[in-house]
Design a protein around this ligand. Structure first.
Ligand code: NAD
Length: 456
């Protein structure tokens, strides 16, 4: 596989300076929005073909977010691209100091399959807004979405600016062997390592949007009905195939049995059936079998049925789960929710601290001291108090992980920043010169320098 031709074309385009003017970027964003709006039904069809997902959910989780992203970038581009003046220190006076956002150049975006359109196109929008060219490699597992994006991008964009390359491991590795100015990867920590190593060979800057087990806690002070309602929605959205889905829930012993019943009635109320258009399929057989293996039959409190023909698993609540159970050894990434009993808040915090830093964390508590401790103690990419997932929907909150759950962030201004290098410029007038730094060095010059440094 040779991608040199596409890469050279994009490099030449970038060096022609045509991606840089704000009006060019705005024109690309306008075209992007047109592509999404003109082909909304085609996108829904592709998402439905891959997951059996309803238009309602596809609109909310795939298309609406992208349109909002574009509008935000269109509105804010002038502000984001403006030089940012900073104070000039005494030693450098007279002079002006500022930072300028410059595009990296040619970007590689590698997407995941679970929200195949959003997770592939949102970074591309940020990269184009920041003035880069983009090669997008969507996940091969969401076949229909990958094909749909490839066709649409080819129809609406000059490949010298934005193009889609389809393929799996082999193609991704061939792409990674090339030199890019920035790599943006969404996927598992295991593949994140491969991407990071490939980038290191060329010293390419990377953003890694990874995953892991995101913990939720329901304390004795929580509003239980609200907690369960929000957790059920967050967990079973996209059948749990969400990087920031609550992976498991610690529930205080005193409210454990009440919560079990609430989970059951909330799941029933939500009517999670594929043919009722309230639920989605597991992406493929392999993942269905992986999830099936994680279900310990004797721990099922609710659900647990696997339908091979429909490729679905019922929303499943697992009770009395222990920390050494199989389901607690890997990111679940499916509709299984282990509820773990706890007595001691401190022990819960220690368990989370002893494991990899999660992409998200959720606390359901109305006790301000618990809230403060949770926020100060734990390290995680982002999270919510008394909600789950919704932090991702505020474009003013940077989205990303920390440690094993990722490095870097995006959405809104953070997305623009992620695809920009902020270069520092010091501009000095030529009319005036302080001779202190120049040889011959004398003791009086040194004394002056020391005096000046004390004041700057
Ligand atoms: P994945 O790591 O298997 O695949 C992601 C991409 O990497 C795909 O495009 C795939 O083609 C490519 N790839 C796979 N194996 C490769 C290899 N050996 N060498 C080079 N490239 C390879 O991830 P996935 O299964 O698509 O997604 C699930 C994971 O992604 C979960 O861990 C989830 O938490 C995480 N995720 C994170 C976010 C986020 O925003 N932080 C979003 C969605 C998913």
């Amino acid at each position: 596989m040779h991608f040199q031709e596409i890469i050279q074309t994009q490099q030449a385009y970038f060096r022609s300076q045509r991606t840089k003017p704000t009006h060019e970027r705005k024109a690309l964003l306008k075209q992007f929005k047109k592509m999404l709006v003109d082909n909304e039904q085609q996108l829904y069809k592709a998402v439905h073909a891959d997951f059996g997902k309803s238009e309602h959910e596809a609109f909310l989780t795939e298309v609406a977010i992208l349109i909002k992203d574009i509008e935000e970038a269109q509105r804010s581009l002038a502000k984001w691209t403006r030089a940012n003046r900073v104070t000039t220190n005494l030693v450098n006076l007279p002079g002006r100091s500022y930072t300028v956002a410059e595009p990296y150049g040619q970007c590689l975006v590698i997407g995941a399959w679970n929200y195949p359109i959003q997770l592939s196109l949102a970074p591309a929008i940020a990269a184009l807004a920041a003035g880069n060219t983009v090669i997008l490699k969507p996940s091969e597992l969401a076949t229909n979405c990958a094909q749909c994006m490839a066709e649409l991008v080819a129809k609406y964009f000059d490949p010298a600016v934005f193009t889609v390359v389809q393929g799996g491991i082999e193609e991704t590795q061939a792409l990674l062997a090339e030199r890019f100015d920035k790599i943006f990867f969404t996927g598992s920590p295991a593949v994140g390592r491969i991407v990071y190593q490939a980038a290191a060979k060329q010293l390419t800057p990377v953003t890694l949007e990874l995953g892991g087990k995101s913990p939720a806690i329901i304390t004795a002070s929580a509003h239980l009905n609200v907690a369960v309602k929000r957790l059920v929605w967050a967990k079973f959205l996209n059948a749990g195939q969400t990087c920031i889905a609550p992976d498991y829930v610690f529930v205080h012993t005193s409210v454990y049995d009440t919560c079990l019943e609430l989970f059951k009635s909330q799941i029933e109320a939500n009517d999670y059936r594929l043919d009722a258009h309230n639920y989605v399929q597991i992406i493929n057989e392999r993942h269905l079998e992986r999830l099936e293996r994680l279900i310990e039959k004797e721990k099922i409190f609710f659900g647990g049925k696997v339908d091979r023909n429909n490729r679905t698993i019922e929303p499943t609540i697992l009770r009395d789960v222990n920390l050494d159970d199989l389901v607690m050894q890997e990111e679940i990434f499916g509709p299984l929710l282990p509820l773990i009993k706890y007595q001691d808040f401190e022990a819960v915090l220690q368990h989370i601290e002893n494991n990899e830093k999660p992409l998200s964390a959720y606390l359901f508590s109305n006790d301000p001291s618990e809230q403060k401790i949770w926020e100060n103690r734990l390290s995680f990419g982002g999270g919510c108090i008394n909600d789950a997932i919704m932090h991702i929907t505020n474009p003013n909150l940077p989205f990303g992980g920390v440690g094993q759950s990722g490095t870097g962030s995006y959405h809104g201004k953070a997305g623009f920043d992620t695809f920009s290098h902020f270069k520092s410029v010091f501009k000095k007038p030529t009319i005036f010169e302080v001779p202190l730094k120049y040889p011959p060095y004398t003791s009086s010059k040194l004394a002056w320098i020391k005096r000046l440094l004390r004041f700057s």
